[in-house]
Design a binder for this molecule. Structure first.
Ligand code: NAP
Length: 266
């Protein structure tokens, strides 16, 4: 699907990967609907994109609230209608072992990215189906394909995004709406400042893969939609290592180079 002239809704557009995806989509001629909680950052980005000729709307929304998602979807549908492209990118979550988390954390980790993506997609899909065309890009992480020690609730929410994307793709076959699952390894974004203690737990084996920039990910996101890819793991070194490593060896590499419980830690 060509991105030029399409209305693209990006969640988590105020920072990191989402901000770069918005810039990349604007460069390719898309009209943007930027969604996040941070109004000032959205305003600043919208100003920059408008200066470069893009049409931009801002929607301030806390996606951890179903009521706010319903209001957001209502405004979008009552305005110019469902977007042509929905980018479910917003996400947060600290890397913690099961016993390190507080009661309710498993549920909180599911709110974003998974439940927010599910709920927003659920609200926008009927209008997209009626139109019979469109694209949905779901952002997950390599953590949704691996067993990373010390990051349980975070990783489970990423596995949920993966399953959600596959299910959507299966049920939307023949509808004119395509689905891409994007699967980055480590990206040098503000994520690690926003979710302290997480970067330190990335297994050392990931050094073989290296970090991507948010701009690299944005380019892959846009290319994946334009080339109608079902799934894209990135960068290529991560994709290669994932494909060539037998699962038992991968589990051993992750647990032997990853976070370990200190002796005596509860
Ligand atoms: N960085 C990595 O290494 C990496 C790797 C693989 C996948 N990813 C995924 O890529 C996505 C983007 O992450 P990033 O690296 O760009 O991190 P980031 O810089 O922390 O950006 C997260 C974005 O999500 C938004 N967000 C968080 N909670 C929200 C809420 N309750 N309601 C609405 N928006 C909310 C934030 O906006 P506000 O705070 O303004 O609301 C922000 O725009 C996430 O899903 C992340 O899991 C990241």
């Amino acid at each position: 699907m060509k991105l030029s002239g399409q209305r693209v809704l990006v969640t988590g557009a105020s920072s990191g990967i989402g901000a770069e995806i918005s810039r990349e989509m604007a460069r390719r001629g898309s009209h943007l609907i930027l969604v996040a909680r941070g109004a000032e950052k959205l305003e600043a980005l919208a100003g920059e994109l408008r200066e470069n000729g893009a049409t931009v709307e801002i929607e301030v929304c806390d996606l951890s609230s179903d009521a706010e998602i319903a209001r957001l979807a209502g405004r979008v549908l009552d305005g110019d209608g469902a977007p042509d492209v929905l980018i479910n990118n917003a996400g947060a979550g600290r890397w913690l072992a099961t016993w390190e988390t507080e009661a309710g954390y498993a549920e909180e980790a599911m709110r974003l990215p998974y439940l927010a993506a599910y709920e927003l997609t659920r609200q926008l899909l009927p209008a997209m189906l009626e139109r019979g065309s469109g694209w949905i890009l779901n952002m997950t992480s390599a953590a949704g394909f691996l067993a990373i020690p010390g990051a349980t609730a975070y990783a489970v929410a990423r596995w949920a995004m993966r399953a959600f994307s596959y299910e959507l793709e299966a049920e939307l076959r023949g509808s004119g709406i395509g689905v891409t699952l994007l699967v980055p390894f480590e990206v040098d974004s503000p994520y690690f400042d926003n979710n302290p203690g997480s970067r330190e737990r990335i297994p050392k084996i990931a050094r073989l893969i290296g970090e991507m920039t948010p701009a690299d990910v944005a380019q892959e996101a846009a290319d994946s939609i334009e080339h109608e890819r079902r799934e894209r793991m990135l960068p290529w070194r991560g994709r290669l290592i994932y494909r060539l490593t037998p699962p038992p060896l991968m589990r051993w590499l992750l647990s032997s180079t990853g976070w370990k419980r200190q002796k005596g830690q509860a």
